[in-house]
Design a protein around this ligand. Structure first.
Ligand code: PLP
Length: 364
């Protein structure tokens, strides 16, 4: 079976096998990682190794802190403005779809204003705004964008610059939930990166935040303690009980990326091949379609529709019979979506492309 779920998503098989082998008795310690105190030497070693491997993979500079927290990417929609608006100003947003809009709505809900610096609404979120179209407000404290819109399948092909009209550079805050670790990244371009774990990092329940040191002192005083980047950084992400098992599994995923795959450049090459194959199959047929501009087609989430949506149900049922799971599009948009995260092997895409060709032949 191949799992194309958008999240919680497939995990690499070697990671699951190792987790199974270590489930009852972690390396002869006589207990499961799930049963360990987060303060124990064994667990702290697991947690620290995970952070080291993530730092290696992304070449995270020394002046950035890595936080392992909870609440999902959705709680970061609140955490970012709480942490960065302590000196006033407003959070500016690039709106490219459903997730970016939710982030914006949360900032507006909490703090009243969340100016739109650029939006792809006019083109139906089929192409991201270009740099020249991004206009920050005079009071912008930071610029937020969503690197990859998981539902729309729209991905940035560049890293925006966040500059106010007066020329002042402000921090760039990025929701990377569905694209982090899909390839190399220049972390130094960002003030804050955050991601829910349940796509490319590990199981649900863990949220990773990467934040530049100099941004730890901009928090609002009225912030809930546990949302504080500084609090989490100073407490080693163990201010309260962390998602210990998810953190451990994330560590196994980082280890797999480093040692089995050979790093993020190698991972990116595989991801590019997978996405190109699937888009090529969609483009080669009048039976399948994807509306996104070539340059902004997501490598991780590939939405597509059938020319005749009355065949959607049959497509999904037959795909499932063929062992191709979770191809249903998001409930808000319908159609199909194949998520091709790191753990989805190239063979899965081959099987999907074969199935699509066969289905079209029979039903098209
Ligand atoms: N942002 C993006 C881009 C997502 O894809 C998702 C979930 O799918 C979220 C935010 C919300 O994440 P969470 O469920 O971890 O709050």
């Amino acid at each position: 079976h191949y799992n194309f779920c958008a999240g919680p998503a497939a995990l690499p098989e070697p990671v699951l096998v190792r987790a199974r082998d270590e489930l009852l008795d972690y390396q002869g310690r006589g207990l499961s990682v799930m049963e360990m105190s987060h303060r124990s030497a064994e667990y702290v070693a697991i947690a620290e190794q995970a952070e080291r491997d993530l730092r290696d993979l992304l070449a995270i500079p020394d002046d950035y802190r890595v936080l392992f927290t909870q609440g999902g990417a959705s709680l970061q929609f609140a955490a970012a403005p709480y942490n960065l608006l302590g000196r006033g100003g407003s959070a500016n947003f690039v709106h490219t779809g459903i997730w970016g809009k939710k982030a914006m709505a949360e900032a507006r809900h909490l703090f009243g204003a969340a100016p739109v610096a650029a939006s792809s609404e006019a083109n139906g979120h089929t192409a991201v705004p270009r740099q020249a179209d991004i206009a920050l407000t005079d009071d912008a404290a930071y610029l937020h964008y969503t690197a990859n819109e998981t539902i729309g399948g729209l991905e940035f092909d560049y890293t925006p610059e966040a500059v106010r009209p007066d020329g002042t550079r402000v921090p760039l805050v990025c929701d990377m939930s569905s694209s982090i670790l899909s390839g190399p990244l220049d972390v130094s371009r960002f003030g804050v990166i955050y991601a829910g774990a349940q796509k490319n990092i590990g199981p649900a329940g863990l949220t990773v935040v990467i934040v530049r040191d100099d941004l730890l002192d901009r928090a609002r005083a009225d912030m809930p303690t546990l949302l504080g980047y500084k609090t989490l950084a100073e407490g080693g992400s163990m201010v309260n009980t962390p998602a210990t098992y998810s953190w451990y599994l994330a560590g196994l995923v980082f280890h797999w990326l480093k040692h089995d795959i050979g790093g993020l450049a190698a991972m990116e090459a595989i991801n590019r091949r997978k996405a190109e194959k699937l888009y090529a199959a969609i483009d080669a047929s009048d039976f399948y379609a994807n509306p996104i501009a070539m340059a902004n087609r997501s490598r991780m989430n590939v939405p597509f529709v059938l020319a005749d949506d009355r065949l959607d149900k049959a497509f999904l049922a037959e795909a499932e019979e063929a062992g191709l799971l979770n191809l249903k599009g998001h409930r808000s948009v319908g159609g199909m979506r194949a998520s091709l995260y790191n753990a989805v092997p190239e063979a899965a895409v081959d099987a999907l492309v074969d199935f699509m060709g066969d289905f079209e032949k029979r039903r098209g």
